[in-house]
Design a protein around this ligand. Structure first.
Ligand code: HEC
Length: 510
């Protein structure tokens, strides 16, 4: 509400975020947190046994990890920041304030991690002989730093799911020590090790020669690493599962599948267990009979590990709905604590960037669209991924939807579908939103985001604007919004006001 709304009406904000974030997690967990200790162990083993093959293999695996983590890994890390502040600026803003010192520390750890990986990689060939132990020491330090980057962020992820006692006494440490933090960390740590083992198994195949006895040893080494972490991973998963609060349990079926395939969630659950089982079996095979492991079995573990990790992130993101920060802020960026105020004053009256603040007959569709933008677009598009037209069509068919039915649905949707927050605002705003949805059925128009059309503010005196004048606040109300703001006069031409222009059927009700 306080920010112009970035919106991708085809794929939705969620997919944008998911692609960047999941890519980052896969790289961070498998190629940094898990891989660095594995590489260090291999280097140490090479030194201890005096066999240079181990050293060479460790170096080659490190080269891959070094290139990928410092390019795609670092870029997607920054990408998470950009995409989070686009998709939900209120949420990320709150998190930065609660976890400022954690993030500050994270930044220091990250800079240290990057410096160490450069040092570790670039000195590999020169720190030999008497300096080898010091080089292995670098690997140990890098392993600790890599783990710390994850350990700090997991505190915030846990907090987003369950804020624990923080809402009652909002202190930094209560935020960090939320009920889900430690269990999730205990699960993720061995999970990262398992993923790294699976990844290293694949690389070991590429970096060793056929017929050379060393390949079998490398396969056995990486498989044993994976297998060794599996019991801890299973224990962590069990603990984590136990602390996922009751309310989230109700979302699990949809989180594992989608609404359409909800009844399949058990099957999907078994599939997940089966995938984990196959991963364990291949590792067992790799340890006991490394020579006879077929090629497919070298690719399978890494594919399964990455798929499981991806799925884990999806489910974790979904189960905490309707909240983006447990019990503190809904996914639409509005705090439950603000709902009573918005129910009397109206959402639009308090929104900084909206073309409409006071609803009239002439602007009700624009008002409804603004409501949809604010209340629904963090999760829905109009006709793209998770499009609301399709959702309503699934419910009410292709004949013109009945006004009362849709309005009734909106009124109670948070009860029937507990992963959605209640619609905020007044009765008039609910009615305007309904009108907009009915109009979308007749005329399924794309909804552009602020990034492509800028923002509009109403060309009239508004309660918020006069309040802003009175308080001297330059950032609220008409004319206040900065570079992006484009005051629009209703009925002005479509060139300068793409959302309210004459080409726009929503501006003039049919
Ligand atoms: C927290 C994210 C979120 C918000 C905010 C949200 N929804 Fe949803 N909504 C979902 C998800 C997720 C689904 C189910 C998707 C699936 O699995 O098919 C859904 C499903 C629906 C459905 C179909 C439900 C059914 O019972 O079949 C409708 C209709 C709908 N949403 C409308 C809205 C409207 C209108 C708004 C804004 C007032 C809104 N939603 C806000 C996430 C959200």
């Amino acid at each position: 509400m306080d920010f112009p709304l970035f919106h991708l009406d085809l794929v939705g904000n969620r997919i944008m975020f998911a692609v960047i974030a999941i890519l980052h997690v896969l790289i961070n967990h498998a190629l940094a947190v898990g891989a660095i200790p594995l590489i260090t162990l291999m280097e140490w083993w090479g030194q201890r046994t005096g066999r240079s093959e181990w050293d060479r293999l460790a170096y080659r695996i490190l080269a891959v990890c070094f290139i990928v983590t410092t390019s795609v890994g670092a870029l997607t890390g920054v990408g998470i920041w950009f995409s989070a502040s686009l998709a939900n600026p209120s949420a990320i803003g709150s998190l930065i304030r609660v976890f400022f010192w954690a993030w500050f520390f994270e930044w220091l750890v990250f800079v240290t991690e990057v410096s160490l990986i450069m040092a570790y990689f670039l000195t590999w060939k020169s720190w030999t002989g008497a300096r080898k132990p010091a080089h292995i020491g670098l690997g140990v330090a890098l392993s600790i730093m890599s783990w710390l980057t994850m350990a700090v962020i997991v505190a915030i992820l846990g907090f987003m799911m369950d804020t624990g006692t923080w809402p009652e006494a909002p202190t930094f440490w209560r935020g960090v020590l939320n009920p889900i933090y430690i269990p999730q960390l205990v699960f993720r740590t061995p999970g990262a090790m398992v993923a790294a083992g699976a990844f290293a198994l694949l690389l070991a195949f590429f970096f060793t020669r056929k017929g050379d006895g060393f390949r079998a040893q490398a396969v056995r080494f990486t498989s044993a690493w994976t297998l060794g972490w599996v019991p801890l991973c299973a224990a962590g998963a069990w603990w984590y599962w136990r602390v996922v609060p009751e309310a989230m349990g109700a979302n699990v079926a949809v989180a594992l599948t989608t609404q359409a395939f909800e009844s399949w969630h058990r099957t999907v659950g078994y599939l997940i267990l089966a995938s984990a089982g196959v991963l364990v079996l291949v590792s067992l095979w790799g340890v006991t009979a490394p020579r006879r492991l077929p090629r497919l079995a070298l690719v399978l573990p890494v594919l399964l590990a990455f798929a499981l990790l991806t799925y884990f992130e999806r489910v974790r993101e979904f189960v905490r709905k309707p909240y983006v920060i447990g019990r503190y802020m809904y996914a639409n960026g509005i705090r439950p604590a603000d709902y009573p105020l918005l129910a009397t004053d109206g959402v639009l009256a308090h929104a900084t960037y909206t073309p409409v603040r006071t609803i009239t007959d002439a602007n009700r569709l624009a008002a409804g669209r603004a409501m949809f933008n604010i209340a629904c677009t963090r999760c829905h598009t109009t006709t793209g991924v998770n499009g609301v037209v399709k959702k309503l069509t699934d419910l009410y068919g292709t004949d013109p939807w009945e006004r009362e039915v849709v309005e009734g649905y909106l009124r109670t949707m948070h009860n029937t579908r507990p992963f959605m927050p209640p619609v905020p605002g007044t009765e008039a705003e609910l009615a305007a939103l309904t009108d907009y949805l009915l109009e979308l059925q007749r005329n399924p128009q794309r909804l552009p985001g602020a990034q492509s059309v800028g923002v509009e503010v109403p060309d009239q005196e508004t309660p918020a604007a006069s309040r802003a004048d009175a308080s001297g606040d330059l950032h609220a109300g008409r004319g206040g919004p900065t570079l992006l703001a484009r005051p629009v006069t209703p009925g002005s031409d479509g060139e300068t006001s793409p959302q309210v222009g004459t080409h726009d059927p929503l501006a003039s009700p049919h």
